[in-house]
Design a protein around this ligand. Structure first.
Ligand SMILES: [Zn+2]
Length: 60
């Protein structure tokens, strides 16, 4: 049980600035119709994009 818990904590992404916990967030731009997945630090608010480029919200 203990090893399993440790592995889970290691797998969680950490903020590179403050080592805080990161949560997955999705930014949407309704004007350009693009969305971008980011990792948002709940401690300092730092954002790390998961994707190089935004992807379209809707398929034509
Ligand atoms: Zn942070």
């Amino acid at each position: 049980m203990e090893a399993k818990t440790t592995a889970k904590i290691k797998a969680l992404p950490q903020c590179h600035r403050c080592q805080g916990s990161l949560v997955l967030d999705h930014e949407q731009d309704l004007i350009t119709g693009l969305k971008l997945s980011v990792l948002l630090c709940i401690n300092c608010g730092s954002r790390t994009p998961l994707m190089k480029n935004p992807v379209p919200l809707y398929r034509n």
